[in-house]
Design a protein around this ligand. Structure first.
Ligand code: NAD
Length: 356
């Protein structure tokens, strides 16, 4: 049985990928800081080997008995990367490279890395840049998040050789239910807004393009990269996308998908907001090379999301845990307070008064 080390395996993508790997008979070891807790692993906890640790400081022993590494760890969106660009660089770029170096030392040949289609961001308002981007397109990302991913890609690609097989997956924006749920991804945001009685707000009128893919399809793309012959994937970049949609059309489709479920939602364009990403991609390469063909539609995913959000009780929509930047800010603030006060409810030992 092959053993996969899943870095960030307790996250939104990682939890679903863990389930898919287990279903295919892989053994799964997870290395995760557990920023968002262990909830994502609740159904599989007794079937995975979980190491609570930091990808930046992991030693070679995490690779004992491991056949392949999938790295879905680190900071996973623009706001968290901008909140702490230094930590973002350390996790997304430096630790990604360090893990690859450890793989080379340990003789682990396959390393699949979670990159992002936001590397292709062309912005809005420039029609000549508004074309399908494939993996050969020029990229020059400037945001902290996307440039940290691009730097990591370049490191990994330069390390490819006959003994080491790095593979880059540039995923579009993911949607769908995960037992570690995120409501800060556009489709999921629309669904939770509708379920909580709000209206769908379209920044910049929703004119921007976004490549989209369901989380189960994304997980299957990772597994295809693990299973493929080395020659097909060594040093390759693959876009992963089901469909490119303008956000305005996406909103209409989510609205229509929710109606039969008894959820009626209004759409409100907001033309005031300008800082938006826009890009659309071709996913032909991974289809041709590996036969990866995402199948889950927005409508199917939305229906399943509503059902599972209720079944899992993830209806506490204001809980900051579902929004990466809110949660990171909260953890930082709590850390500061607890550093001074100590544990909130435990009695403190009597001590001489200290001026703080
Ligand atoms: N979700 C998307 O739409 C999307 C799109 C494109 C690319 N990606 C990439 O896919 C990957 C997974 O995304 P996600 O949505 O599952 O994000 P997530 O934030 O839900 O999961 C990230 C996981 O990594 C862990 N982690 C973070 N820093 C760590 C560290 N220093 N050491 C060990 N563990 C650490 C977290 O605890 C969390 O469990 C990320 O690399 C992200 O950049 C995501």
């Amino acid at each position: 049985m092959s053993t996969i080390l899943l870095v960030g395996g307790a996250g939104y993508v990682g939890s679903v990928l863990t389930e898919e790997l287990l279903a295919r008979g892989y053994a799964v070891r997870i290395l995760d800081r557990l920023y968002y807790g262990e909830n994502g692993l609740q159904k599989v906890r007794d079937r995975v080997d979980l190491i609570k640790g930091d990808m930046r400081t992991a030693g070679i022993e995490v690779l004992d008995g491991v056949d392949a590494v999938v790295n879905v760890g680190g900071l996973s969106n623009d706001p968290t990367a901008e909140y702490n660009p230094q930590a973002n660089h350390e996790m997304n770029t430096v630790a990604t490279r360090k893990l690859a170096q450890l793989c080379k030392q340990a003789g682990v040949r396959r390393y699949v890395f979670a990159s992002t289609c936001s590397i292709y961001d062309r912005g809005v308002g420039t029609d000549h840049k508004d074309v399908l981007q494939d993996e050969a397109a020029d990229v020059n990302p400037r945001a902290a998040y996307s440039s940290s991913k691009r730097q990591a890609e370049l490191h990994l690609l330069s390390m490819a050789d006959e003994n080491f097989c790095p593979v880059i997956l540039r995923k579009g924006t993911i949607f769908g239910f995960s037992p570690r749920m995120r409501y800060d991804l556009v489709v999921n945001t629309f669904v939770k807004t509708a379920m909580s009685g709000g209206a769908l707000s379209l920044h910049y009128g929703g004119e921007m393009w976004r490549p989209l893919v369901d989380v189960r399809d994304a997980a299957r793309a990772y597994i295809a990269c693990i299973d493929a012959d080395e020659d097909l994937v060594r040093g390759e970049i693959f876009n992963v996308c089901f469909q490119n949609l303008r956000i305005s059309e996406l909103a209409l489709r989510v609205q229509a998908a929710l109606r039969p479920l008894g959820i009626n939602v209004q759409i409100r364009p907001d033309y005031g907001y300008k800082g938006v990403r826009s890009y659309r991609v071709s996913a032909k390469k991974i289809e041709r090379a590996l036969g990866v063909h995402p199948v889950v539609t927005i409508e199917e995913s939305v229906a399943e999301m509503v059902r599972k959000i209720k079944a899992y009780g993830y209806t506490d929509f204001d809980n900051p845990r579902y929004y990466n930047i809110q949660w990171m800010r909260l953890l930082e603030e709590a850390h500061e307070v607890i550093r001074v006060t100590g544990s909130v409810f435990e009695a403190q030992e009597a001590a001489a008064p200290v001026l703080v």
